[in-house]
Design a protein around this ligand. Structure first.
Ligand SMILES: [Zn+2]
Ligand SMILES: [Zn+2]
Length: 99
């Protein structure tokens, strides 16, 4: 078994807007804020928390593929771009209003 499949699904306080995010209860792994969609660069593989960068990841684009929304996050420290599946709780309208 690869440790790439270890997932940490935890509640957290958003570093960007400050709201408290509950753990994801829809079977996936919460890795970004449901309100502002900002994330943190803490995963190499989703949920593993092994990335040392810890930069703030800004949502830069939302792509809809087959009815699922994919959020593109760009790290403001190292400029890495990562794709994340949107959670059912995500307030995507906030993104469309802000950009
Ligand atoms: Zn937030
Ligand atoms: Zn980074």
């Amino acid at each position: 078994m690869s440790d790439k499949f270890i997932k940490i699904n935890e509640s957290f306080k958003c570093v960007y807007c400050g709201i408290f995010n509950e753990r994801d209860t829809h079977g996936s792994c919460r890795n970004h804020c449901t309100e502002c969609l900002y994330s943190l660069h803490v995963d190499i593989y989703p949920g593993d928390r092994r990335e040392k960068c810890n930069g703030i990841m800004k949502p830069i684009q939302i792509e809809s593929i087959g009815g699922k929304n994919i959020i593109y996050h760009k790290c403001l420290v190292c400029n890495k771009i990562k794709k994340n599946k949107s959670s059912i709780d995500d307030n995507l309208l906030n993104f469309y209003e802000a950009y």
